[in-house]
Structures are given as C-alpha cells and as structure tokens.
Design a protein around this ligand. Sequence first.
Ligand SMILES: *Cc1c(COP(=O)(O)O)cnc(C)c1O
Ligand code: SF4
Length: 339
Amino acid sequence: MVHNIHKNLLSVEPNWQKELANSFTDPEDLLSYLELPLAKYTQHSKARRLFPMRVPYFFASLMAKGQADDPLLKQVLPLADEFLEVDGFVTDPLEELDNAKDGIVHKYHNRLLLIVKGGCAVNCRYCFRRHFPYGEHQNNKTQWREHFAYIHAHTELDEIILSGGDPLMSNDDHIAWLIEQIEAIAHIKRLRIHTRLPVVLPNRVTERLAQLLAHSRLQSIVVLHINHPNEISPELTTKVHALKQHNVTVLNQAVLLKGVNANAQTQMALNEALFSAGIMPYYLHMFDRVKGAHHFAVNDNEAIGIMQEVIKQQSGYMIPKLVREIGGEPSKTPIDLSI
Ligand SMILES: *Cc1c(COP(=O)(O)O)cnc(C)c1O
Ligand code: SF4
C-alpha cells in the first residue's frame, strides 16, 4: 500500500477521494506504521470480518508511535473481544434498522434525518451501525424525490439533518444538489450535517463545500464527532475556522468510551480543546449497547460521577449534555446528574 498524503498536500487542490482510497484496511499495515509488534496481534485479526477496518492515513498520523493503548488506535483496531456474546448487547440497540433502510428517519417532531450515504471514512469499532446492512445504501433520484415530497408535505419540519454513515462521503456535486432541493422547500430553515470526516480527513472540507454552506439561504450547522483531544489537529482547526468564517455553527458530539475517554480528566481536556478550536461541545452520548463492542461500555454511575467532577471544575458553556438515545423515544434522554 502506498500512502500519498505528502504528495496530496503539495498539490494545488488536495484530493480527498484519493486520500480516502489510500486508507489503512489491514490492521497489520497500521500496526507496522505505528511501530507496534505484530506477533501479539494475530489472535485479533479475524475480527475484521465482523466489521472491516478502515482508517485514513491522516487519522493514523495523529496516533502515538509505539503506544498500543493509544486512545485513537483503540477506537479503530479490530479485537478478538468483538466475538464475545454478552447479554443485553444487540445488533440494533436503537431499533433503527427498518427506518434507516428507507433512507429517511422522522422520529423527532421538527427535524428529519436523511441517510445520505451508508459508508464512513473511518470504521469505529463501537459504532451502533456496525451491523447495518446498508453499506451499499444509496438512494436513487426517484427515492430522493419521494423524500423531498414527504418533507414538503410535513410543514412541522424546520430542520433537515444529513446523516449516514457519513454524508460527506458524497461528493460536492451531490451535496450541492441536495442543498438546492432542500432550499426549495419554504418551511425548512436549517440544514445540519452530522459528520466525522473532517476529523479523520480534514481535506474533505473543500473550499467549494464551505461556499455551498455559505451561500445557502439555510442556516447551517455542522456536528462533528470527536471523542478525544488528540483528534483535534491543526489541520482540523483551520477547517473549522474556515467554516465559521462562512457563518456555519460547529458543534461536537462524543461518545463516552471505556479505555478512550471515560475519566474526568480526559473529558475536561476534550471540552477545553474543542472550545479553543472554536467547536462547541454539544452532546456526550452514553454508549449504545451494540453487540461486539461491550468492552467500551461505561455504566450510568461511572458516567454520572465523571460529569459531576467536570461540572465542578469547568465553565458551564463548554460542558456537553450527557444523553442516551432510547429506541422509540421522541428525543434524546438526558441523564440526571443530581443523584
Ligand atoms: C439524534 C437525532 C436527531 C437530532 O436530535 P437533536 O437532539 O436535535 O440533536 C434527530 N433525529 C434522530 C432520529 C436522532 O436520532
Ligand atoms: S464515523 Fe460515525 S457512523 Fe461512521 S463508523 Fe464512526 S461512529 Fe459509526
């Protein structure tokens, strides 16, 4: 495998699609790059079959060399533990499968989620979507027209959320077309994009994408997904500033993950680093009990203890809401911190 990142950085227009194609997909390549011993890993490599490994070179470059417990590496490296069957951990913890297959999820009153693209630039081992069969999911134009007709008919909607997978796996032409269609529906005021791509591959935030959001009549919000302060690179910060110059609101949602960020110190460092980079911490999600990822689970009492500590020490505006998503509920459910 050849990694062309340096060549890409020197060219006039960095080609994020090429960078994406050069991602690590073999755990042994990633471990060699990180100067970690391969012998101990052999027993784990089968877990790739449960959910493929995918790690852009840029994201790997943020990991520390020679550190098997690097918090970024832990989020993406397949482990034999994923084969364990544990009570209460299921393939579809949010009971979303049927909705997601149609490419549209309207569970919350005023906002509707469009599944723009099934795949992601990085495959996070803890993802509740690891069992979704929509890897190939891609609406055709007829389905899109049906979705827009639905949005048109539902005047209670004021916000459209582009989700996935990762919606920024689509190219800018497709994003432009989607924005144009959504703008044409008078009662929609806001467009939200839920994406991890700018974190793992900052070149995805092209000048054209920023311009598209800047020139839309819709107010735009980008919700990033960053779990650890080491994910906030200078390259990402530059892109966040560019978006903010175009009046895009930039928020973050994180997941509370054992072995990655489940302590008050890391949470505070994350809030501090996000805010310094111009990103507002929005949600901290309780991990969804997805089969094959039980080793990331943090129980409610631990989570509450962490947040109580954070609240004592940090400014209120940089503290995210601790929430859980419960299948069928009409909103995210806040976790009560007063107990
Ligand atoms: C999380 C979620 C949203 C957005 O909820 P906010 O609380 O506004 O961030 C919308 N629709 C679905 C189905 C969701 O899961
Ligand atoms: S980027 Fe988001 S949707 Fe994609 S694998 Fe990671 S957590 Fe899941």
